[in-house]
Design a protein around this ligand. Sequence first.
Ligand SMILES: *Cc1c(COP(=O)(O)O)cnc(C)c1O
Length: 387
Amino acid sequence: MPGYEALGPEELAEVMRVFESGGVLFRHGFDNLRGGNYAVRDFETGFAAKFGVPRALAVTSGTAALRVALAAVGVGKGDSVLIPAFTFVATAEAVIEAGAVPIAVEVDDTLTMDPNALDAACRPDTKAVIVVHMLGVPADLRRISSFCEERGLTLIEDTAWGCGATLDDRLLGTWGRMGTFSFDYAKTLTTGEGGMIIFPDEGDYVRAAAWHDHGHENNPVVPRWEDTRASSGFNYRMMELQGAVGNAQLRKLDAIIDGQRTRHAELREVLESIPGVTWRAEPSGSNPSCDAAVFFTPTPQAARDCRDALLAVGFGTKILPEAVTWHFAKTWTHMPELVAAHGGDLESAFPNSDALLTRAVALPITIAPGAVRPDVIGAAVASALGS
Ligand SMILES: *Cc1c(COP(=O)(O)O)cnc(C)c1O
């Protein structure tokens, strides 16, 4: 969560550099005016290096990143895409915007896509699976990626959560054919609004880069206004001021993750010993980014009681139970494509996810010193659970 907590003089200095070296705010061209400053390009190069992949493409949001990824693999009309039932609406929106149909899959007690539910959810028109590492815990990528391989499905990782987390010492976002990231204001790294896609495959990168830029191939042998093109596209380009902020934020990623893990461990130590608290499960080999601390209570009422008790001591909960409707497919009756994919009945489509999510409490993890008080939070949770 705390990209915004880490904003400081380093980001300001990067932004100033854009203006001091000519004030070119566009990522391409104007070579004579910009004093060699290419902030978005540097952000992409730095991000790719950090994640150990050959290519990264910056875009305007995490939702745009998903949309561009789907375009790059040719998912569209007539296709369906599996997504987890617990995610932000954006994952489903990108699929719908691509002209395809989202199918939501139950989550298990890790609160990520249940690998055992994939087979039943898969249809003959299914082309891709988007996994989401919700609240910073890795999805079971070992099983999900082998399922995708067996069925010839494209795996995309929505890494809006879990930026910097690993499974089997491998960074999230690097397991799939593409990994997407969000830099909105509430995410681990922030550029205000923004997103990134990372690519092991050069061909995917080339298609995505063109598609996010009206089909521009940015052919180096012709000026941009005479540029070559092979497809139409759209405009999801990141601007230089966002890239500048991103360059400073990226250098802080390790410190942010370290801070989150420390705060999370302090909180877990206090909360886990309270009778009635069951900690969220995670796949073996996980090293989560600890974007939030999540536990289950015995009943839905107990989860709501925890929320009330925490609010009373001035501490909000995050997503669960706070904003579950924005994050649980059961409630997305405003998406006719999703409703139809589930036979017109979302209400009873996800009994396992429902039973888990209604009993879950997610606490935001912040890194500012003193912002997370385990003693105060522990006392509030203990009193709510009557222990
Ligand atoms: C935040 C988020 C997104 C979209 O990010 P934006 O940058 O806000 O468009 C996508 N998926 C998930 C799971 C998210 O939490």
